[in-house]
Design a protein around this ligand. Structure first.
Ligand code: ZN
Length: 947
């Protein structure tokens, strides 16, 4: 003990440390005995690649050499962390599979396929005994996850036998390259090293890993590194990163709250077969290692035990790494515990524990200079690291000493991939050491948190939620229920009418009772977010309320009689609510109740004539709102599709006596810059899911001109942040930057190709868009892309400005007021006020035409082209946090501005956001389907202001 204290004091003196010869002092850390032969070549290499002695630790300065078991170098040809070496995903799998073939301590299972058909795997490592009995250990955790299956006595017995499963994940963000490399060495070390720390981990903990959570993005980024990054030196960078990681999204794979992406969903499904009490996601963005501790704002639904566990582990890591002499380890002060959408949050959402690191690193494997000196004079504290690590604004300063950062990194030094490996691996081994010291506490806490979740309703008085049957559009109810089921929240259907203080709910209503293990998550997803303190900021979205996002009615229930209501549990993984097609005949009316499936139906019946009713009509008892389809054709096919898509149709004896227009199918393009493809990706994902065909176009196509010759509708999704950035995009630094497939770089050139991704569409592109609109094209801009038509004169009467510096709106859900309910954009919407996600796009306003012969009186009228507006003010914030809500008062949310023979439709918000705001998708889909059926705004023809 005294020996240890003495050593700790010794090691904390950096100056002295520098005098000691490299890592020699660490070769015999506290409690460590040399029990086996080490790989001298490894020790020599990693010492050379580590840029300063204090960036090394006694846990990773050596690597065992074991006959018959391949080290990473044996398969990859190099040790982990060698400068200028990154590993392709196939080689990672090759390594893990070779390791699994050589030792019974490692097992690889395939859990799915990526979008580009790569195997998704989980690698387990533990003692021979743990891996041999893996199924038994997984079963123990499964029992602890559902306290209803066991008595408290049995739970105690299981805790005594169980082992914690600690899941680690690297490569979720493809440019954060280090952890995915490090994990290969970690698994090898855990399988082979014979030392007190590792032996304890191996015997008491089962470790599982996701080698690279986005394998497609991994390979694309590695290609990009070898093509460009490897040649970059300080002051000579291309300034461009690879245009795509995964097929659809970049960083948002860590915001995919509804697990839309196949890679994320495969891991979620794996989760429920394994129930790891801890999921630890490894990122790269902070200096030198940030370990997440669940700071405020904290989601109050989660168990207080968790909020004790998180800083406990983070502090242990901070203390141990300080003991090893490693500066720059800190906690707190970066990411909060508010949004439940992070990938590893699947653990906290299900009574486990999310953990997260941000390790210093770069997008490639070059060693780079870092300067952490404080700036001269002005400014608080030190400057951000150079190159600036990615992260939200306001988090740049990582060099000040704080209570949560007792030993900040400082000065100038080189940073290498091996440094990143040393920090990441030492941190993870320390976390595993902690777990190995308290394995029973961790599994017991997992059980107790699961049990507490079943009882949480007693404290917060929310008995559950009812999603009533008989809602106008049941497809959105189906989607909502299925998203709950995806998260394994138990949902039942009311066997009979339920009468409660909150009202009567018909038989067949969907009931979520909170006496279930995932009751906390049910509340988190279904309640309206009430922000604990308006002065706090959140790292991500403040609101996600599923009912509001889907425009589905969800009733919060406090009446405890809900628990007695008889329900039939939904056993299937998901429900399918079949549509109805009644009556006989071959002409059908299909009601437009706002289902997103209407557009799918239209495309599935693309060879048939489909018309839309412009006003309501009735057939028997059924009322068909404006926008309802009238289709004549193969009755069998129409019925089948209507039923499959959950829609409502009635056969008609004759065409209804209301004005109809043809629902023509436009030629659609989605425009993407090369610099911002992610938000476009979410729209592509939605269009793919709803079977809407489109071309994805870039500046290359736009500059060719004659857009009208190819397209009727061009959608520019939310991207770039300003009109100027959308137009000029990536800066050209003197050399073209190619994004093309070749034999050497087979992952590039996906989802589009370019000889030079820099420079943007330029004014040439603006002119092409202007011609498109003048020739009758429909230009649709979403969110930040709506600066473009306003700033570049494509919608001349529209102004786009920014909110004040005090304004803060991290994705709250707010009211929007529909001003032109007759406009085809609103087909299917029956309420005047609808909940929408606020996207922090431009504040739009439209100049009203004035009559110079009339003196103005009263407030100016709302221009005809404003279709929807934000009432604004705090009273219209429905969920989440918004500071300065009055700044958006009466601002336009959607503008439909005729221009030339065409029109520009500007959305201030983003109606197609991250597979989340399903209730708004339909506004975009209606725009597509009715692109040539929009009546011009009346003021246009009579205005004198247009000359
Ligand atoms: Zn990241």
């Amino acid at each position: 003990m005294s020996h240890a204290r003495c050593r700790a004091r010794l090691l904390s003196h950096v100056a002295l440390l520098a005098l000691l010869s490299g890592t020699a002092i660490f070769a015999q850390p506290v409690g460590k005995k040399q029990l086996q032969t080490n790989d001298d070549d490894y020790a020599r290499s990693v010492k050379e690649w580590t840029t300063r002695p204090e960036f090394m630790s006694p846990l990773v300065d050596h690597l065992p050499k074991v006959a018959g078991i391949p080290s990473p170098k044996d398969i990859l040809g190099h040790h982990i962390g060698e400068p200028k070496k990154l590993t392709y995903y196939a080689d990672m799998l090759k390594y893990y599979r070779a390791l699994a073939a050589a030792t019974p301590r490692v097992k690889v299972v395939t859990i799915g396929k990526s979008n580009e058909d790569r195997d998704l795997v989980v690698v387990y490592v533990g003692s021979d005994e743990s891996i041999k009995n893996l199924d038994q250990y997984r079963a123990y955790l499964g029992q602890l996850a559902d306290p209803r299956t066991i008595t408290s006595q049995q739970a105690g017995d299981i805790v005594a036998k169980a082992k914690p499963l600690y899941h680690l994940s690297g490569g979720l963000h493809s440019a954060e390259v280090g952890p995915a490399e490090m994990l290969m060495e970690l698994v090898y070390r855990l399988a082979t090293e014979d030392s007190p720390i590792i032996n304890a981990i191996r015997d008491t903990v089962i470790v599982s890993i996701t080698p690279a959570a986005d394998p497609d993005g991994r390979d694309r980024n590695v290609d990009w590194y070898y093509k460009y990054g490897i040649n970059e030196t300080e002051g000579r960078t291309t300034g461009a990163s690879v245009p795509y990681w995964g097929k659809y999204v970049f960083h948002d794979d860590n915001r995919d709250i509804n697990y839309s992406q196949v890679e994320m969903r495969a891991l979620l499904d794996w989760y429920f077969e394994n129930h790891p009490p801890i999921m630890h996601d490894l990122h790269q963005a902070q200096t030198l290692l940030y370990t997440f501790s669940g700071q405020a704002p904290q989601n109050p639904n989660l168990d207080p035990i968790l909020y004790g566990e998180l800083p406990m582990m983070a502090n242990f890591e901070m203390a141990q790494m300080a003991k090893y002499g490693m500066p720059g380890v800190w906690t707190h002060g970066f990411v909060d515990m508010w949004s439940p959408g992070y990938l590893a949050f699947m653990s906290s959402n299900h009574n486990g524990m999310i953990r997260m690191y941000e390790i210093q690193g770069f997008s490639g494997a070059n060693t780079q200079k870092m300067r952490l000196n404080p700036p001269p004079a002005a400014g608080r504290g030190g400057a951000a690291a150079t190159p600036t690590p990615a992260g939200p604004p306001g988090f740049g300063n990582q060099t000040t000493r704080e209570w949560y950062r007792p030993w900040p990194a400082s000065g100038e030094f080189d940073w290498s991939l091996r440094n990143n490996t040393n920090y990441g691996e030492t941190g993870v081994l320390t976390a595993l050491q902690y777990t190995s010291q308290f394995p029973k506490v961790i599994v017991e806490n997992f059980y107790v948190k699961s049990r507490n979740s079943m009882e949480a309703w007693r404290k917060d008085s929310i008995a559950g939620y009812i999603i009533p049957a008989g809602q106008r559009d049941m497809t959105r109810v189906e989607r909502l229920v299925n998203l709950l089921k995806l998260q394994r929240i138990e949902v039942g259907r009311a066997a009979a009418e339920i009468e409660l203080n909150e009202g009567k709910f018909p038989a067949g209503s969907f009931v979520v009772k909170r006496d279930q293990p995932y009751s906390r998550l049910a509340k988190t997803l279904l309640e309206k977010q009430v922000y604990p303190d308006p002065n706090l900021r959140t790292y991500d979205d403040a609101a996600w309320t599923m009912g509001l996002m889907s425009h589905a009615e969800v009733k919060e229930i406090t009446d405890k009689r809900l628990f007695d209501a008889k329900v039939d549990p939904i056993k299937d993984k998901e429900i399918r609510l079949a549509g109805t097609a009644s009556g006989s005949g071959s002409t059908f009316a299909i009601a437009h109740f706002g289902s997103n499936n209407m557009i799918t139906l239209r495309y599935r019946l693309k060879d048939m004539k489909v018309q839309a009713a412009e006003s309501e009509f009735k057939q028997g008892d059924a009322a068909f709102p404006p926008g309802s389809f009238v289709v004549a054709g193969d009755a069998g096919r129409i019925r089948t599709e209507v039923q499959k898509l959950g829609l409502s149709a009635v056969a008609l004896p004759a065409a209804p006596q209301v004005p109809l227009h043809d629902v023509d199918l436009p030629r659609v393009a989605l425009y993407s810059t090369w610099g911002n493809t992610q938000e476009v990706g979410w729209v592509r994902y939605a269009f793919d899911k709803f079977e809407v065909p489109y071309d994805l176009i870039y500046k290359e196509r736009v500059k060719k001109g004659d857009l009208k010759g190819s397209y009727d509708v061009i959608i520019v999704p939310h991207q770039s942040g300003s009109g100027k950035r959308l137009v000029f995009d990536i800066e050209n630094r003197g050399q073209p930057i190619e994004y093309k497939r070749s034999d050497r770089f087979r992952n590039l050139g996906k989802y589009g190709e370019s000889d030079d991704i820099t420079g943007g569409m330029g004014l040439e592109g603006v002119a092409a868009f202007e011609k498109f609109v003048n020739a009758g094209g429909v230009l649709v801009t979403l969110g930040a892309a709506s600066y473009f038509p306003a700033e570049f004169g494509l919608a001349r009467r529209v102004d786009a400005t920014r909110a004040s510096a005090q304004f803060y709106a991290p994705g709250p859900i707010v009211d929007a007021e529909i001003l032109k309910p007759e406009h085809p954009i609103f087909y299917g919407y029956d309420k005047k006020m609808v909940p929408v996600r606020y996207a922090s796009g431009p504040l739009l306003s439209v100049q009203t035409p004035t009559n110079p012969f009339e003196a103005p009186s009263g407030p100016p009228p709302t221009p005809q082209s404003v279709l929807m507006r934000y009432p604004g003010g705090d009273e219209h914030v429905l969920s989440g946090l918004m500071r300065g809500a009055a700044e958006i008062r009466n601002r336009a949310a959607i503008v439909d501005e005729p221009s030339g023979k065409g029109r520009v439709i500007l959305f201030a918000g983003n109606p197609c956001y991250r597979w989340q705001n399903f209730g708004e998708f339909n506004m975009l889909f209606n725009t597509v389907l009715n692109y040539n059926d929009i009546k011009p705004a009346p003021e246009r023809s009579s205005s004198t202001a247009q000359q």
